[in-house]
Design a protein around this ligand. Structure first.
Ligand SMILES: NC(=O)c1ccc[n+]([C@@H]2O[C@H](COP(=O)([O-])OP(=O)(O)OC[C@H]3O[C@@H](n4cnc5c(N)ncnc54)[C@H](OP(=O)(O)O)[C@@H]3O)[C@@H](O)[C@H]2O)c1
Length: 319
């Protein structure tokens, strides 16, 4: 039996382990591809910890949730496997699910950038009626997905982008990279609320990576300061770095034309995602946005899981 190297989740309480496993065999209609680079994103870690809605139901299971791959014809592709795993030298995949990647694209850079960038691309292109010229608040803009969201919103024609986050240095970077205004989220809630109210009262879309109590505060601040109550405000829950739940008053929902919705893999049709992501891959390949890859080899998978990314970087396993 031919064997390949892989990273297996054997327990939700441990990092994946480097193992030798039987090479996968493609069923009719499937394609075997070589895996080049796999990002270790928050969702990748959540899946491997049994905490994601696509986490495997049985173990052992292949770690990894996406991959940059090389196809049999030599071309590059990007795939999102989510709970089915991607961290092996070769995987089998439905060819219709492979997003074409332009030749010459750096696999490590694409593996680092694609997952953070697709969060805002999906939200703005498929979840809300976003139009060029509208204004966007990115709540939690200092992580990779939030920082990329500032650039994606600008790329898609936002008139004004407000970046709100905790890390002052990252906010300053974002101001020089295209954010029209920045709001620092500080421990003093009154100061944060006043700053959000001043900068974002009339915003059209909020891309929210924080949720939890900081979002309760931000919603009160923005809704409380809004002067055009019937102007639509779409608040899109994308990440939960500040908590998984909020308490929301009925008054808040009635007081403005205010809608809350989520954006993630469960919320968008696969065909729509594949179409949208082909354009996003091209934008990343063209240099429009980048997260810095921090590379590890596959046999260093446990060290990769233990590594804490510095602001602006993403752990990537190169095969
Ligand atoms: N739904 C989707 O399609 C989708 C796709 C990709 C990612 N996501 C989600 O988006 C979130 C962020 O992902 P990422 O790739 O950006 O991760 P990341 O690069 O690790 O960034 C996370 C950032 O969150 C910030 N943060 C943590 N707690 C916070 C708080 N209480 N208030 C404000 N900011 C806080 C931290 O920045 P500071 O320390 O600088 O404040 C941290 O850098 C995750 O929940 C991820 O699962 C969703």
């Amino acid at each position: 039996m031919s064997m390949i190297n892989a990273a297996l989740v054997e327990s939700f309480d441990e990092p994946p382990h480097y193992r030798s496993v039987p090479a996968p065999a493609a069923a009719p209609g499937q394609e075997t591809v070589d895996v080049l680079a796999v990002g270790v994103h928050p969702a990748t870690r959540g899946i491997a910890a049994g905490k994601h809605y696509t986490s495997p139901k049985t173990l052992p299971a292949l770690a990894g949730a996406d991959a940059v791959v090389r196809r049999a014809d030599g071309s590059l592709g990007y795939v999102m496997t989510m709970g089915a795993g991607s961290l092996a030298e070769r995987i089998v995949i439905d060819p219709a699910a492979i997003i074409p990647v332009p030749e010459g694209t750096d696999p490590a850079l694409l593996a680092a950038t694609m997952n953070p960038a697709l969060s805002s691309w999906t939200a703005l292109r498929t979840r809300v009626p976003f139009q060029a010229g509208q204004s966007v608040l990115v709540h939690g803009a200092t992580g990779n997905a939030g920082s990329t969201a500032v650039k994606v919103a600008k790329h898609l024609g936002a008139g004004r982008v407000i970046a709100a986050g905790r890390n002052r240095a990252r906010l300053d970077d974002l101001a020089s990279e295209g954010a029209d205004s920045v709001v620092q989220l500080v421990p003093d809630e009154d100061v944060t609320a006043a700053a959000l109210a001043e900068a974002a009262a009339e915003v059209d879309v909020v891309l929210d990576y924080v949720w939890g109590p900081p979002t309760e505060l931000a919603m009160r601040a923005v809704l409380g300061a809004r002067t055009q109550h019937t102007r639509l405000l779409d608040w899109v829950q994308i990440g939960g770095m500040g908590g998984d739940a909020i308490t929301l008053s009925g008054h808040a929902l009635r007081s403005s034309a205010f809608r809350i919705l989520g954006s993630g893999f469960g919320a968008v049709d696969t065909e729509v995602m594949l179409r949208e992501f082909a354009e996003l891959v091209a934008a990343i390949a063209a240099g429009g946005m980048a997260v810095r890859p921090h590379p590890f080899r596959l046999d260093q998978v446990e060290a990769a899981w233990a590594h804490q990314d510095a602001p602006g970087e993403r752990t990537v396993i190169l095969l």
